[in-house]
Design a protein around this ligand. Structure first.
Ligand code: AMP
Ligand code: ZN
Ligand code: FE
Ligand code: FE
Length: 287
């Protein structure tokens, strides 16, 4: 008899970015889902981690990893961004937190400009309402999408991304990002390791993957809910070829739409997680 493999999920969001569950609610769900190891990875923020860690103390079998998902510039495609996941962060660090606060300020400015563009195109939403929806989170397109749905302009959040808010959309406004290398440095500055999120959503990922090690990235997501078995097999091979750890997770947002992957239903095997943790220890050892 072999021990059952642990349930590991290294990608999920809370109300501190564009997820719909509070950190406490998410941790409760992780327990009900029987998850053993989970990383909370809010966009450009670690503000949910203290509450998540505190809540997790009530569930001794659950191990929470301090994570983040940073939006970085795509190296060649101006309108796209690349999401860099960071794990094992010593996030109580003033310089690090100031940097993240700067990202949230940029999100405010850019969000307001998107709302202006929407108004010009006949989709009036109140900026105040967007701020309310975002709550404690940095303003993101999903919050604006929700405001559009509430006002009856658009049927679903997904539809709002179709032509209006997507990267090629008529109301899209970009915001300044840091480079991939800088995001890796920022993560390493608090003792963390960096992994590329959902490579299949990155335009030109075939050209990017061979460069990842050069940026200091140690892996990319292979075990990702929306990737099909044959896509995962191809990514697994690429990971092997370029010495990248095949990580992954559900990217759970609690949007409640059909087919949403629940926490713990997708993620990397235990050996991959163990290796990821070793890499983080190496980052710390090299200061
Ligand atoms: P932002 O960080 O404000 O640029 O918004 C990006 C977020 O919007 C992503 O992390 C996703 O959660 C969401 N998103 C991006 N594209 C789509 C899409 N086509 N459909 C639904 N949600 C999307
Ligand atoms: Zn998100
Ligand atoms: Fe992402
Ligand atoms: Fe995500």
């Amino acid at each position: 008899m072999t021990a059952p493999s642990p349930k590991i999920d290294l990608h999920m969001h809370t109300t501190l970015s564009d997820g719909r569950l509070t950190p406490e609610e998410l941790v409760g769900l992780l327990d009900r889902q029987g998850v053993d190891i989970a990383a909370v990875t809010d966009h450009d923020s670690t503000q949910g981690l203290d509450a998540a860690m505190a809540a997790a103390e009530g569930f001794p079998r659950l191990r929470l990893v301090a994570g983040i998902e940073i939006s970085a510039d795509h190296p060649t495609d101006e309108r796209s961004d690349v999401h860099v996941l960071g794990y094992f962060l010593d996030y109580h660090n003033d310089a690090f937190q100031q940097r993240l606060a700067g990202f949230r300020d940029e999100r405010l400015y850019r969000g307001e400009r998107m709302v202006e563009r929407l108004l010009e195109q006949g989709y009036a939403v109140e900026w105040e309402r967007v701020l309310e929806i975002a709550g404690d989170a940095g303003v993101g397109r999903p919050h604006i999408a929700q405001a559009l749905v509430e006002r009856g302009h658009i049927a679903t959040v997904k539809d709002a991304f179709n032509g209006l808010l997507n990267d090629e959309g008529t109301a899209f406004v970009d915001r300044p990002h840091i480079s991939i290398a800088e995001s890796v440095e920022l993560i390493a500055s608090v003792g963390g390791v960096a992994v590329l999120a959902h490579p299949l959503y990155v335009p030109g990922y075939e050209a990017l993957i061979p460069q990842l090690a050069g940026f200091g990235i140690v892996g990319f997501e292979v075990h990702y809910g929306d990737f099909k078995p044959d896509q995962r097999r191809d990514l697994e091979r690429l990971a092997e070829r370029y010495g990248m750890l095949p990580t992954g997770g559900s990217d759970y947002h609690a949007m409640g739409h059909e087919g949403e992957h629940l926490p713990g239903t997708v993620g990397p095997p235990a050996e991959v997680f163990a290796e990821l943790e070793k890499r983080a220890e190496a980052v710390r050892a090299h200061g």
